[in-house]
Design a protein around this ligand. Sequence first.
Ligand SMILES: [Zn+2]
Length: 201
Amino acid sequence: MIFFGTGSASLDSVKTRNITCQHCNNQDTIYINIYRRHAHVFLIPVFPLGKSGSTYCTHCKETLSPKQMPEALKMQYKNIKGEAKGPIWQFSGLLIFALLIVFAIYSSGKNKEDTQLYLTQPAVGDIYEYEANNGSFSTMRLEKVTTDSLFLSLNDFEISKKSRIYKIDKDENYSEITYGYSKSEMIQMHKEGIVFDINRD
Ligand SMILES: [Zn+2]
């Protein structure tokens, strides 16, 4: 499997005017082909690279790279190359990448909104993620809600990486004993970043 590579797209094929093939001496038998290269990852074009091209004589089959072109031919080649526009699909990868970023921003915003909602309207079973005094991370599970208080059972385990916190969120890790917090205390802990996320199934 090729992870990264380059490909190319044909942009234009234009017949030259008033050019004589230096190889077979026929006039107007030369075509200028323009293509644009692109980088691809997993065969998805990510972004376009430079344009290039060559000429092709339909009569004698001679092809010339830009370096080999006689001056008059090179002039026409440069004009055509300058005007040739590449297909938009060569930007596919960039577009996908942009969409992923938009989605990530949306998800993160949605998560913050949810946490705010769970904070003001707590429900039994909510999982509170918090940072412990020693810098490790753990969770609490909401077991009971009263008018002004929350009762949570602490997770017996802690984990050093915030991103791995889901690994310790297992039923058997929660102790029988619950701790009570007033709702305003919890809001304060969230403000201070001690409780940094609340999840609900
Ligand atoms: Zn020719």
